[in-house]
Design a protein around this ligand. Structure first.
Ligand SMILES: Nc1ncnc2c1ncn2[C@@H]1O[C@H](COP(=O)(O)OP(=O)(O)OP(=O)(O)O)[C@@H](O)[C@H]1O
Ligand SMILES: [Mg+2]
Length: 244
């Protein structure tokens, strides 16, 4: 199998606070990896290091065998390949749904307006947002906004998608539609790294589950193993707490 992301001895410190400690993780093309763990364990920081919203303190991150920390690495291009969906939707409030999905394509990828529109419409269709292309973000529900954010990232040709608790800011009745959208994406062969507290999603959709605790990967494995027979005591404690 082909590694798309390889994280090697990654360390991240904020001042004296070592938030990520010797993280080693490879993700294969098409794999769906979920990251679970307590608040403050470093899940968001890890995702943010992967697309260089945070600069690692030590170690390396390879994208298709190339270090993203190399001086001559093309970061803007990399960011189009590695899309990120945040808890807060981060849509452009002054643009409608369609424009939200075309702006990056024309500006960063230099696509023509016509081509950008075609690609945006294909992706809006995938997330079920075709009826809303003229709407402004303020006119959408949280779940709809999140589906637009996903379509926008896909329109940039993302081959890896990073999700940081994409459903945790949503009203409960909106969670299902976003998880369904993510599930259908998982089945298209997209590589996904998903930080989530939705244990049912992690169990059902992921190929591999990573449990983080205090800045380290405390345990990783197949969902059927992690959820039914976790080896580490701290994994057992965490799961008991969140599944009760
Ligand atoms: N920009 C920052 N400056 C200083 N400390 C930070 C910064 N970002 C994160 N931290 C610290 O790093 C640690 C890990 O934070 P992180 O946000 O990665 O955790 P998390 O696992 O995503 O938690 P949660 O489940 O609450 O989202 C925390 O102690 C946090 O306070
Ligand atoms: Mg977080």
């Amino acid at each position: 199998m082909e590694n798309i992301i390889a994280i090697e001895h990654l360390q991240k410190k904020f001042g004296e606070n070592e938030v990520l400690k010797d993280i080693n993780l490879t993700v294969e093309k098409g794999e769906v990896v979920t990251i679970i763990g307590s608040s403050g364990s470093g899940k968001s920081t890890l995702l943010r290091c992967i697309n260089l919203l945070e600069k690692p303190s030590a170690g390396d991150i390879l994208y298709k065998d190339e270090s993203i920390l190399a001086a001559d690495f093309n970061l803007p291009q990399y960011r189009t390949h590695v899309g990120m969906v945040f808890q807060q939707f981060n849509l452009f409030a002054n643009l409608n749904v369609l424009e939200n999905c075309t702006a990056g394509q024309t500006v960063v990828l230099k696509r023509s307006e016509e081509e950008a529109k075609k690609i945006a419409l294909e992706n809006l269709e995938k997330v079920g947002m075709t009826p809303f292309i003229q709407a402004r973000p303020s006119q959408l529900s949280g779940g709809q906004k999140q589906r637009v954010a996903i379509a926008r990232a896909l329109s940039m040709d993302a081959s890896v998608m990073l999700f940081d608790e994409p459903t945790s800011a949503l009203d409960p009745e909106m969670v299902g539609e976003v998880l369904e959208t993510m599930k259908s994406l998982a089945h298209t062969g997209l590589t996904m790294i998903v930080v989530t507290h939705e244990m049912a999603f992690a169990k059902e959709v992921s190929d591999r589950v990573i449990f983080m605790d205090q800045g380290v990967i405390a345990e990783e494995g197949r969902p059927e193993d992690i959820f039914t027979q976790p080896k580490e005591e701290r994994t057992q404690e965490f799961l008991q707490r969140v599944l009760k």
